[in-house]
Design a protein around this ligand. Structure first.
Ligand code: PCA
Length: 225
């Protein structure tokens, strides 16, 4: 039997962030197993012109049964499990190639939005049960993370059998906030979560994703949850 794989992605650093915890979490889990499934990981470019081709290549290379993408959302206190991706590119800051589209679609004539096909609420419950703060989020923004989830869902809409996909935004690491030297006394730099806690949460999320996959094997994936 061929080895079944989970594709887990993080993003490279962007904007003011010298490190991106999503890439560190993915790298740390590379080669681990969830049950019989092997985790394979990659770091995605924060580049709107390259992300689609990169995702296509990774999927062709790893032939995953499930895809979970991770990104940084500094300022959030919990793991944010994203439920929705919208067909909008409206970058608040330039991407790493210097592009800053305003109000453009990701896929011309694509649906306005997709729901993640991994069960977001169930994943939130699984992460919390592992002792890690998590919440359901209904906006992944309009930058690269939203674009990644939208594209993953879009590829899936045309694929048989579908590969369930989801996205989790991570808080900043303590070191990221500690490195802000010029914060006024009135600011504490915002919430953080350490890498070890993030790893516990993402392992729990992946275990829930694999359970979902096994339960839904051979059935149509429901489109709403
Ligand atoms: N976070 C950004 C893009 C890359 C990342 O880690 C976002 O939330 O869109």
């Amino acid at each position: 039997m061929t080895q079944e794989t989970i594709l887990l992605t993080g993003f490279e650093p962007f904007g003011d962030h010298a490190i991106n915890p999503s890439a560190l979490v993915a790298e740390a889990l590379d080669g681990e197993r969830i049950g019989t499934m092997l985790i394979r990981t990659a770091t995605l470019p924060v580049d709107g012109a390259r992300i689609e081709a990169t995702l296509h290549e990774l999927i062709a290379l790893t032939k995953p049964r499930v895809v979970l993408a991770l990104g940084l959302a500094a300022g959030r206190a919990a793991l944010n499990v994203e439920r929705v991706a919208v067909n909008v590119r409206d970058y608040a800051i330039t991407d790493n190639a210097g592009a800053r589209p305003e109000g453009l679609p990701i896929v011309t004539d694509g649906p306005d939005a997709y729901l993640a096909t991994l069960p977001a609420a169930e994943i939130v419950r699984a992460i919390r049960a592992a002792g890690v703060p998590a919440r359901l989020s209904d906006s992944a923004g309009t930058y690269l993370c939203n674009q990644a989830l939208y594209l993953l869902c879009h590829f899936n809409a045309a694929r048989e059998p579908a590969v369930p996909c989801g996205f989790i935004h991570l808080p900043a690491l303590p070191a990221q906030v500690a490195s802000h030297q010029d914060l006024p006394l009135s600011q504490d730099g915002g919430p953080t979560m350490d890498l070890a806690t993030m790893l516990i949460g993402i392992r729990a999320a992946l275990a829930a994703a694999v359970r979902f996959l096994q339960e839904s094997d051979g059935q149509q994936l429901p489109s709403h949850r």
